[in-house]
Design a binder for this molecule. Structure first.
Ligand code: NAD
Length: 306
């Protein structure tokens, strides 16, 4: 079977993810699906013309039949945030779209791994798990992989270290109730506090900037897409090549830290079959545990009204 990816939703995020996948040569074939036929046709032509510069990826306008030989489906269709709008505001519209799209995905390929990008990503990942509970290890959301990248970038800048050497996570909701894990943040095996003393004000400022980055970007250019596209590449590469990287992504909680029956992010080991195992984060601080439970509580309240 080919390492093929189908992307549903060829807007800013979907087409940018396709471009990033082409430049990384992680997949032989990408099929792009969108309700807007003119848009998807034009995006595919433009993407195809980049292939000679990058490598070998075949790119095509897809249909749901393309799922049959796809290993991964990326869901990036639906409405996006407007300036000042929260992700949660998108719940009603996007959950209707997901209700329509996802059964068609699994009808064509019951084994495909589903990566939710559409917001609110935790709520929609949960919605898909509730629709197909037996597939919960194969249903994931990008969750706080993006927030963690923003956090690591800002920390790297502040500390003068390459962000790839900053091991730090944001977990919980991909949104306003997310939290930073200062208690487990390390550089070169030493705690961030040990590396360079930071006071609480400095820490809060870095976290707030990471948390509110999407609002700032959307204010300036209506959408965010480059960084999430890079996140899609990392997740896709990990799955297609069974790399078993540890990534903070949204998944179903089944009693971990007392949190049950909701999706939100914490680090997991990811491989060809989806979630291989979950990292035990019970060693985080009491304050972090409380914040994570509050984040879960907030999401559960919204999910109840789906
Ligand atoms: P966009 O408006 O540019 O693209 C959305 C596309 O979905 C449009 O082309 C539209 O025609 C298509 N679409 C709508 N309904 C469809 C359906 N039923 N089937 C197929 N296609 C359909 O929006 P965008 O900027 O690409 O954002 C897409 C989603 O990704 C939004 O919900 C946004 O909030 C989310 N997003 C998530 C993250 C994250 O970190 N998880 C980051 C950025 C954006």
């Amino acid at each position: 079977m080919k390492n093929k990816i189908t992307i549903i939703g060829a807007g800013m995020v979907g087409s940018c993810a396709a471009y990033s996948l082409i430049t990384s040569n992680v997949t032989e074939e990408i099929a792009l699906i969108d309700l807007d036929k003119d848009l998807v046709k034009a995006e595919v032509m433009d993407l195809q013309h980049s292939v000679p510069f990058w490598g070998y990826t075949k790119v095509k306008v897809g249909t749901y039949a393309d799922l049959r030989d796809s290993k991964l489906v990326v869901i990036s269709c639906g409405v996006a945030q407007k300036p000042g709008e929260t992700r949660i505001n998108l719940t009603k519209k996007n959950s209707e779209i997901i209700k329509d799209v996802v059964p068609r995905v699994f009808k064509n390929n019951p084994d495909v791994i589903l990566l939710m990008i559409t917001n609110p990503v935790d709520i929609l990942t949960y919605q898909v798990v509730k629709m197909f509970p037996r597939k919960k290890r194969r249903i994931i959301g990008s969750g706080t992989i993006l927030d963690s990248a923003r956090f690591r970038f800002l920390l790297g800048e502040y500390l003068g270290v390459n962000p790839q050497s900053v091991h730090a996570y944001i977990i919980g909701e991909h949104g306003d109730s997310e939290l930073p894990l200062w208690s487990t943040a390390t550089i070169g095996g030493t705690s961030i506090d040990n590396f360079k003393g930071m006071n609480q004000r400095e820490k809060d400022s870095i976290f707030e900037k990471a948390k509110n980055a999407a609002y700032a970007i959307i204010e300036g250019k209506q959408a965010t897409y480059y960084a999430i596209a890079a996140g899609v590449v990392q997740i896709a590469d990990t799955i297609l090549h069974d790399e078993r990287k540890v990534l903070p992504i949204s998944h179903y909680f089944d009693g971990e830290l007392g949190i049950k029956d909701i999706c939100l992010s914490s680090p997991v080991v990811l491989g060809r079959e989806g979630i291989v195992s979950k990292i035990d984060i019970s060693g985080i601080s009491l304050e972090e545990k409380t914040l994570l439970c509050e984040s879960a509580k907030k999401l559960k309240k919204i999910a109840k009204n789906l």
